[in-house]
Design a protein around this ligand. Structure first.
Ligand SMILES: [Zn+2]
Length: 543
């Protein structure tokens, strides 16, 4: 019955009344919110927004922020400076690790020289070396489908520019690239008609999981351990064969948009392959078609990349607004600050970082006393496996294997995460907790005009395995790690891990809405009389 809350159209008012009268017990469990405070939060968020200014610095000034790269560190310094200007306390970098090498692009030039000149849209794959000046060489198509294909090409690739995957089949884009969830779609995702299917979906597009042992552009780009094994095998082989440059068409995208991430590894012990780049699939396919017609094109690449080996430790950026009366109780907001290299990490996750920074700026600027401490965390190493948040939760709260809780464990109220692109917040996850759902409903009730409809995951429990994003690092050890369901916009189709993850693809109104809601949620959590209800604590893995 409670889920009918999301019913729409003409019946909306009636249903809302029905909801109120039939769920009075639940209503009482919700909070009585401070509407005066809400007005102040809204005014600060909408009249004096800094969220796009934050995003401008993070994405446009500092650029792509591969974990531990110079750009990532410089952006972190900037973020700390901003936090201090806003009056945050205890602003610092918290180290974890070792993570491994930082890496970034210093130069990329790619061209088809013969039979007719064309510049090649592309970018180097992360953790691959440069070419040491321009190299011009013949193209060879040597698609690697599995380790078995190595024998086929052994001794034939020396000094060549090698296309290591099959040409990609491309189709017409007949559907719009961007999508906003309809109210019906949000409502449908809040329903659990079949409790045997209770997965929580936050609208994050998944890269299709590669089959074990299969080599595809997607399997090269995955952060899963299988990807690392694959990259090591491919790199060792290509290096041994003396390949000049290896090329991929990316695992998704076309029309100038290329989705690609890894080529090598941050671990200095892993084999380093040849220079590698992803190029737009139309141009990749053109090279393949030329070869098919017996015309061997010559390509030129001039790639310079830089490994940062001096500091192998990863870091998270932390800042706080100390609580007025219960400073040891902590409400957290955050997102990951690291990104991939093709674009500028604007939607993944410049927006989540900008939103979290803006949420704490709003709260710091209002100077309204909050009982609990509000802490912002900008994680590192998310893209390679949630390393920053996994290290943080285990260091501060409980190591997952022993579940030996620190005193901080019982004082962590909740963590709000934003990492599903730049779309508006349309719903919040309740982690399968009915009390939490009722409380969230009461916070959402006065801001429904902003397009946030309600609560999802009323029945589905939280993700207890780390994966997807940093909120799962919290739920993994029994803490409330909460994500928002967001409008997908162009996240899966255009920006997520692509060269088009750029500032202009972010919709200002959407991130303003997200920042306001995150500030409002953090404010409510930090000022309510009690801490929020908890999910279940997992069993230790070792005794
Ligand atoms: Zn992300």
């Amino acid at each position: 019955m409670s889920l009918l809350h999301f019913r729409l159209g003409a019946a909306a008012c009636t249903m809302a009344l029905l909801w109120t009268s039939m769920t009075s017990a639940q209503e009482r469990e919700g909070d009585k919110v401070d509407l005066a405070a809400l007005t102040q939060v809204k005014n600060e968020a909408f009249q004096h927004s800094q969220v796009m200014e934050n995003l401008f610095y993070i994405s446009e000034v500092y650029g792509p922020r591969v974990t531990n790269s110079r750009n990532h560190r410089a952006a972190a310094e900037w973020a700390m400076q901003r936090m201090k200007e806003w009056g945050l306390q205890n602003v610092h970098l918290e180290k974890w690790g070792p993570f491994g090498d930082g890496w970034q692009i210093k130069k990329y030039y790619g061209a088809l020289q013969t039979p007719a000149y064309t510049s090649l849209i592309g970018f180097p794959l992360a953790w691959t070396p440069g070419t040491n000046g321009p190299v011009t060489a013949e193209a060879v198509l040597a698609p690697l489908h599995s380790q078995e294909d190595f024998a086929k090409y052994r001794g034939k690739l020396k000094g060549k520019i090698v296309l290591i995957f099959d040409p990609r089949e491309l189709s017409l884009h007949a559907e719009p690239e961007a999508h906003r969830l309809t109210e019906e779609e949000v409502a449908a995702r809040a329903q659990t008609p079949d409790p045997s299917h209770t997965g929580f979906f936050v609208g994050r597009p998944g890269t299709p999981a590669p089959r074990p042992g299969e080599y595809t552009p997607a399997s090269l780009s995955t952060a899963a351990p299988s990807g690392r094994i694959l990259r090591n095998q491919v790199n060792a082989f290509l290096k041994e064969e003396g390949v000049a440059v290896a090329l991929t068409p990316g695992y998704n995208g076309d029309g100038g948009t290329i989705f690609a991430t890894y080529g090598g590894s941050q671990d200095p012990k892993d084999p380093v392959g040849p220079p590698m780049a992803a190029i737009t699939p139309e141009q990749y396919n053109r090279i393949c078609r030329l070869l098919e017609h017996g015309i061997t094109p010559k390509l030129t690449f001039d790639i310079e990349t830089e490994y940062q080996k001096d500091d192998q430790m990863g870091f998270n950026v932390i800042g706080e607004i100390p609580g007025a009366t219960r400073p040891d109780e902590v409400v957290m907001v955050g997102g990951h600050f690291d990104s991939w290299q093709g674009g500028t990490g604007a939607t993944d996750n410049g927006t989540g970082s900008s939103v979290a920074m803006e949420a704490v700026r709003i709260l710091a600027t209002l100077h309204k006393p909050m009982a609990r401490t509000v802490r912002v965390a900008l994680w590192g190493g998310e893209e390679e496996g949630l390393y920053g948040s996994l290290a943080y939760v285990q260091q501060h709260f409980a190591p997952r294997d022993t579940m030996k809780k620190t005193p901080e464990y019982d004082k962590l109220d909740i963590y709000f995460n934003d990492d599903s692109g730049s779309g508006k917040f349309r719903a919040v996850s309740a982690l399968g907790n009915a009390q939490l759902a009722a409380i969230f409903q009461s916070w959402i009730a006065p801001i429904k005009d902003l397009g946030i409809e309600g609560v999802v995951g009323l029945t589905a429990g939280p993700t207890v395995q780390p994966g997807g994003t940093d909120s799962t690092s919290f739920s993994w050890i029994g803490l409330d790690g909460v994500g928002f369901m967001q409008d997908p916009l162009e996240y899966g189709t255009r920006t997520h891990h692509s060269n088009m993850d750029l500032y202009d693809r972010v919709q200002k109104g959407d991130v303003m809405q997200g920042a306001m809601i995150e500030a409002w949620f953090a404010y409510n959590a930090a000022t309510r009389p009690e801490m929020l209800p908890r999910i279940e604590t997992p069993e230790p893995l070792t005794k």
